[in-house]
Design a protein. Structure first.
Length: 360
């Protein structure tokens, strides 16, 4: 298969992304960020450093921030659906606890199942892509391999188009993503372009959104070899207690050399624990290593537990506060849904007009 890192599309996306980052700094009011997650469980440090931190910093720059909770997408790769409502609530609590702020008048969180006008856009969008294109999507292929589905459903092939509806319904023009989501953003750009060409050839109707590639390296889990993820049991959850953190860290693999050094190539597991401390306390990994030195792996692990507890304390305090405020999460979602519907119904109405479907 084509190496995504070196492909022409990737290099072009990367260039566009760098230019975009500079433009956002200059005039944040021109940009509307649309991003999202599937409600499959609570979030961990990998999510924090991979996307949440970046969302908060975009929010602080003054862009509009729409966060879609992609609940319909859960059905594409999971048979179970019993925890969707609870996971949606957990997701909102995680967002709020890290500083996503729906009180600023520019930040909105909504589950797409509650925005019918958004979902309706899926139908015309589906006519702008071929089955072959849907089947070629490398991220979808990987997800099919990894899914716990008893049988692959059509929703699995179609969800990237649904994601396009998430973005275009609220006219998002910036989508902060990791590399795995790039094929979906490319598809969204293709659909926007084809829509414009077919239905509105004189003036572009949809703006082609740009991917904003995340700058952070993806964090390895405590095993040091796989990406941090809840299902691999190698993650530090944002809401983990000290005991839970200590237990996970205790099981982390190191090596048999006593003296702690930062050598990512030769000692990947030790290096990963050092990097985890480093992203949380802001010191270079080399400095942390030389401070620990001959105190060895036990001291390294103790430091990691301590650093994680210190780092997560303010986040968890905030979370408790929101957890205890009755009806707050629900009201955040209701406001988000209201705003998303306002945008999506405008988009749908205009879309029907250019497709010659208005009533005469
Ligand atoms: N597919 C994304 C994921 O699995 C979630 C998502 C849904 C999304 N709609 C989106 C991300 C729109 C960015 C933009 O993580």
């Amino acid at each position: 298969m084509e190496d995504l890192n070196l492909s022409k599309t990737f290099l072009e996306s990367q260039k566009r992304s760098e230019k975009l980052a500079r433009e956002i700094d200059l005039s944040p009011d021109k940009f509307r960020v649309l991003t999202g997650d599937r409600p499959t469980g609570s979030l961990h440090l990998g999510h924090y450093f991979g996307s949440l931190k970046n969302r908060v910093s975009l929010q602080e720059k003054g862009v509009d921030l729409f966060i879609v909770i992609a609940d319909y997408q859960v059905l594409t790769d999971h048979d179970e659906f019993d925890k969707i409502a609870q996971n949606t609530r957990e997701l909102v609590l995680d967002y709020l606890s890290v500083g996503i702020n729906p009180e600023n008048g520019r930040t909105f969180i909504f589950p797409h199942s509650h925005v019918p006008e958004l979902n309706q856009l899926l139908i015309p969008f589906l006519t702008l892509v071929s089955n072959a294109e849907l089947e070629r999507n490398p991220t979808v292929k990987e997800e099919i391999q990894a899914s716990d589905l008893s049988a692959v459903n059509a929703g699995m092939f179609v969800y990237p188009v649904h994601q396009c509806a998430d973005i275009l319904a609220v006219r998002g023009n910036v989508v902060p993503v990791g590399k795995d989501q790039l094929p979906h953003i490319e598809m969204t750009r293709t659909i926007a372009r084809r829509f414009n060409k077919k239905f509105s050839p004189k003036a572009p109707f949809f703006e082609e959104p740009c991917a904003l590639l995340s700058q952070t390296v993806s964090l390895m889990g405590l095993d040091g070899v796989q990406k941090m993820s809840k299902s691999r049991n190698n993650a530090i959850m944002l809401k983990a207690t000290r005991d839970e953190i200590a237990q996970k860290v205790k099981k982390a693999t190191t090596d048999c050399e006593r003296f702690i050094t930062y050598e990512p190539e030769r000692r990947p597991q030790v290096a990963n624990l050092l990097r985890l401390i480093s992203v949380m306390d802001g010191r270079p990994a080399e400095q942390i290593a030389s401070q620990i030195g001959e105190a060895g792996a036990k001291a390294l692990k103790e430091m990691l537990v301590e650093t994680a507890c210190d780092f997560l304390r303010p986040i968890q305090e905030k979370r408790k506060m929101y957890e205890q405020e009755p009806g707050y999460v629900r009201s955040v979602l209701q406001k988000g849904i209201e705003r998303a519907r306002e945008e999506a119904s405008k988009t749908l109405e205009r879309t029907l007009r250019v497709m010659n479907m208005e009533l005469l």
